[in-house]
Design a protein around this ligand. Sequence first.
Ligand code: PGA
Length: 259
Amino acid sequence: MNRTKLLAANWKLNKLTGEAAEFVREYAAKLPASPVPTVLLPTNTALQAVASACKESGKTPSELAFGAQNCYFQSSGAFTGEVSPEMLVDLGCRYVVLGHSERRAIFGESDDLIGLKVAAALKAGLTPIFCIGETLEERNAGKLEYVLARQVKVGLANIEEAQLDKVVVAYEPVWAIGTGVVATPEQAQAAHKYVRELLAKKNSEAAMKMQILYGGSVKPDNCYELMTQPDIDGALVGGASLKVDSLLELHKECTRASR
Ligand code: PGA
């Protein structure tokens, strides 16, 4: 099945509003025509600036879209410090990253909480980029499949079968995030294939359509090999997405891999 690829740039806790807007202007000006959309994921404080710059660029959302790195599952109320899916939609976001391993490890997010967020994001009309992945300890203990199965089961427990293909999954082995140690294409493909089998148990037709992104130390020089694996449908990139030229290179490699 020919799934379109997706390039998602997770800027994490980086870039002030002016830097984010400048990035978008430069990136959009140099972005060639391609079937591969770029999704920019700035911090919440830079979302408005990115929204305006994307609009001014004249790019369509199938070329250049944006989203947030997290949200809460409630629409409004007494939840100090949180942002709702509806608020993100209000800013023009199309995507939201949920369950990133940094949210899980540093902020203690559980599979159950992530499951509530995924359902709320979908309900609001956002495409969740639902992140899963094992730690090195878990992999070495032979628990890769067990961990992925649990994360998929609980994280997607609150959505209807018919909604499944509206979710983008990102497989990010924790040991590869920000470490420079990238999963080999074989390791990544094996995990992606397993994840697609898990999804197929829920809805086989949807599983074939769903984009499963790889994340963890993706760089321009390892991107193509990863992206040409049969079950890898794009990349979620942190460090290498922070510079315009590097993101353009990644986009070029994703485009080349989709031919
Ligand atoms: P990295 O981050 O590309 O810097 O490894 C990936 C991610 O956390 O999504």
